[in-house]
Design a protein around this ligand. Structure first.
Ligand code: FES
Ligand code: FES
Length: 156
């Protein structure tokens, strides 16, 4: 069976699995990192949103063989700086955003990536920018998500 190597939350990991296994299953089922959630498996719901080299992506739609040994994958588990929560995580807690919680790791990861993107492009984190985030929340927490993104962005 082929060997696959990449970086996950700051550590190099190697797994034996077929080339065409999707990265989400490798992360969750083989490596036991379950922050990225399975919703649709076809790059629609965004529940699995994580970062690759600092940018948002959806590991349910990426084959493990398409990730290189030097690619840095970050999940919600790798977002905090040790004991210090990321400002976006703190904003989520302060506003009590989560309802059932299932979509929320992906929402936070999408929010962080969107704020970084806007900062790089010199854009405001306004409603139009937040509207570009397509993560689905079946509990309808969108208003609190919006407030938390704006608050978290102030400390990023
Ligand atoms: S599970 Fe990845 S986008 Fe839905
Ligand atoms: S909090 Fe339940 S799906 Fe978003």
């Amino acid at each position: 069976m082929p060997t696959q190597t990449f970086k996950l939350n700051g550590e190099s990991v190697t797994v034996d699995t077929d080339d065409d296994v999707r990265l989400l299953w490798v992360i969750r089922d083989l490596l036991g990192v379950t922050g990225p959630k399975y919703g649709c498996g076809i790059n629609v719901c965004k529940a699995c949103t994580s970062h690759i080299n600092g940018k948002a992506f959806n590991p349910c739609s990426v084959r493990v063989c398409d990730v290189d040994a030097e690619d840095e994958i970050t999940t919600i588990e790798g977002l905090a700086d040790g004991e210090d929560l990321h400002p976006m995580q703190q904003a989520w807690i302060d506003r009590d955003v989560a309802q059932c919680g299932y979509c929320q790791p992906g929402q936070v990861m999408a929010a962080v990536a969107k704020v970084r993107q806007c900062q790089e492009e010199g854009r405001e984190i306004d409603d139009a920018a937040i509207e570009e985030i397509r993560n689905i929340c079946r509990c309808g927490t969108y208003n609190r998500i919006r407030e938390a993104i704006k608050a978290g962005a102030e400390n990023m």
